[in-house]
Design a protein around this ligand. Sequence first.
Ligand SMILES: [Zn+2]
Length: 118
Amino acid sequence: MAYDPLDAQSDPFRPPAVATLVACLHCRQVYESYEIEWRIETNADDKPHGFWCCPHENCGGQGFGFDILPIDPEYRDERGGWMRSDDDEEGDYDDSAEPNGEAAPPVEKTDEANDDLP
Ligand SMILES: [Zn+2]
């Protein structure tokens, strides 16, 4: 099946079938994912292309899972998958492992560490 840039339901950034609360990275508004709007715009090649857009006027946020993210950190979509948060920071390697192969000592978990949690 060819990718159709005008087919809202084949867009990889379509909102989920089951609505969830989302936050827009651009305007910082929080709303239900069903409010995300499908808009047809013209891309750089002068071809129409649909985008799932933040419903707020003058906001350039586009794409569920791209600019518009679920506020629930445990969110999983209906397909059972979701972006892994560790993909967000490319190049930010785990520096707990020493380059010479020696593992860093394990971080001790104390009760104090829990104080920062809600
Ligand atoms: Zn927005």
